[in-house]
Design a protein. Sequence first.
Length: 259
Amino acid sequence: MKDKKAFSRRIGDFLAGKGFYVVLLICTAIIGISAWILLSTGNKMGTTDAGSIASSAPDSQDVMVSSNDDILNLPIENVIDIKPEVSPNPSGTAMPSAAPNQSNPGMKASAEDEEKSAPVMSKELSFVWPITGEIAVVYSVDELIYNKTMSDWRIHDGIDIKGLLGTKIVSAADGTVTDLIDDDLLGTTVIIDHGNGLKSIYANLAKTPVVKKDDKVAMGAVIGAVGDTALGETCEVSHLHFAMTKDDAPVDPCKYLPK
């Protein structure tokens, strides 16, 4: 019993003295050895994984094709058609045009040529009455009008303006004489083209007009005289049969004549 107490006392004295530092050194060594073992194990595992990955990857040189001949010798399923990627050009983006060079005489001449070649806007047409008088028969293409001479109902594509035989008839507007016709029903007829699809028609004129085809006439120029050549309107009072067309379709002359 005394030996045990003596041994315990010796151990206590040892720990209280230099023994404490010995135990501390042993613990530090154990910790250092454990850390070294863990690091060594980790490095070996990393080396093994990297080696396995490298061994499983194909050799890039085995896949590369060095020439067009090699491509031709490959099976068709191994050839990949690689097309260059092209960035789309936004549809709303326009390339800026070059500013005209004011000092370039060629550019100036081109501008002058374009100005000369540009169509000249025709002045707005104005009309006058071809003869002064009352309207005996009105324009009517939607409703039939009774014709005394023919004893039937028919449309009337113009207006009949009263006028004594021999009264001068003038052009309603500037234009070109396109036709002189001896119509079976409307008699001697003059047609004038005023442009923009508009034409004026003067019928029941005296036998011989004072204009001929292709004549240029001004507004108010005399083209003929009131006659009695319209066999389809002989029962009407003496008059000028005046009509107009727009793109060869009849229109009411009163929409163009001044009030």
